[in-house]
Design a binder for this molecule. Structure first.
Ligand code: NAP
Ligand code: ZN
Length: 350
């Protein structure tokens, strides 16, 4: 048994997104059925549709920044109720028994995380489908509580852009007074600036776009560093305690490594692909580190949402109708989004 719902998706890696219909399972005892109100547009949706990472399955319905209201719950669900505002991020299932799952790091499930879209579906003869659709059915362990004081549509990007930037700042213990750089003012970067600022850091926005400088300061940056300005990059050399790098493609690393202090770390979250060769000497001279980070576990995602509730942090969003998604993809690829597109799902329902 299943229910047919409206969606937008891609037939293959070259195709535009177009209207489709998909099936959602009837709820099982541990499931929550959600009527989707808003879904954010992540650069990963674009990488996935274009098969940039070589693991795409079609038809692909992207979307992993999902916000909505609970419609119904299974018999064994007591912590969610009809009408409640909830969110779903990049994951919808994991084994719950391996060492990573036990450490609340379901994104590294040793038996394979079920991602919100493009993973094998455990319950249907299909792959999973994301949030560019009107409804979704998700196991209760992967449903997040949303603080009701936050603006509903502006919360959607927290489910991926939010946790992906909060988690490294949290895990590398960014604290008051640290000099923190955030590279790339897009969906992830603008959340990174807000979180680092809320954690009390001295935040430097490192950008290729001088015209975003004013916005960066409004979002919480104390300084703006234009990465193409070699003199300015020299002035900041050796001065950063931590750098969060959100550049979505392979790039030259040396100029950024040069910004780190002794023993400081740069965490990559953007480039899931080969980086340009870089000089090992840049790391050796100063015992510097480069690391990576993938979204965050469900427990930490809930902590991030509660932190946002306390500090009144949401995303800066540009609202679009579902039919405008292909234009939105183009604009994200041109680094022209302020600072996250969010789809109003009412535009797909009507
Ligand atoms: P986005 O909105 O497109 O922002 C990326 C920003 O990076 C751009 O606005 C631009 O900022 C800068 N940039 C773009 N191309 C660049 C280049 N060639 N060199 C230097 N800077 C460049 O993307 P997003 O949604 O924030 O996602 C960023 C990346 O993170 C994507 O690759 C996405 O797939 C990945 N991601 C990873 C995770 C994870 O768990 N690790 C989760 C979500 C997304 P400026 O104009 O300021 O320079
Ligand atoms: Zn994402």
């Amino acid at each position: 048994m299943s229910k047919e719902v409206k969606a937008y998706g891609a037939k293959d890696s070259k195709a535009d997104l177009e209207p489709m219909s998909i099936k959602r399972r009837d709820i099982l005892k541990d499931d929550v059925e959600i009527d989707i109100t808003y879904c954010g547009v992540c650069h990963s949706d674009i990488h996935s549709v274009h098969n940039d990472w070589g693991n795409a399955v079609y038809p692909m319905i992207p979307g992993h920044e999902i916000i909505g209201r609970v419609v119904s719950v299974g018999n064994d669900v007591s912590n969610f109720k009809e009408g409640q505002l909830v969110g779903v991020g990049c994951m919808v299932d994991s084994c719950q028994t391996c060492a990573s799952c036990k450490d609340d790091l379901e994104q590294f499930c040793e038996n394979g995380t079920t991602m919100t879209y493009g993973s094998k579906d455990k319950h249907m003869d299909d792959h999973t489908h994301g949030g560019y659709t009107t409804s979704i059915v998700v196991n209760k362990e992967f449903v997040l509580r949303i603080p009701e004081n936050l603006e509903e549509k502006a919360v959607a990007p927290l489910l991926c852009a939010g946790i992906t930037t909060f988690s490294p700042l949290n895990n590398w213990n960014v604290k008051k007074g640290d000099k923190v750089g955030v590279i790339g003012l897009g969906g992830l970067g603008h959340m990174g600036v807000k979180f680092a600022d809320a954690m009390g850091a001295h935040v430097v926005m490192i950008t290729t776009s001088p015209d975003k400088a004013e916005d960066a300061e409004r979002l919480g940056a104390d300084e703006v560093l234009i990465s193409k300005d070699e003199d300015a990059m020299k002035e900041h050399a050796g001065s950063f305690d931590f750098i969060l790098n959100t550049i979505p493609v392979g790039h030259k690393m040396d100029p950024y490594i040069n910004l780190l202090k002794r023993d400081a770390t740069m965490v990559l979250v953007g480039a899931v692909e080969p980086l340009d060769p870089f000089n090992g000497g840049g790391l050796i001279m100063g015992r510097k580190r480069i690391a990576g980070s993938l979204i965050g576990g469900i427990k930490e995602t809930q902590e991030m949402l509660d932190f946002c509730g306390e500090h009144n942090i949401v995303s800066d969003v540009e609202m679009i109708d579902m039919k405008d998604i292909n234009n939105a993809f183009e604009r994200v690829m041109d680094s022209d989004v302020k600072y996250r597109f969010v789809i109003d799902m009412a535009s797909l329902k009507n």
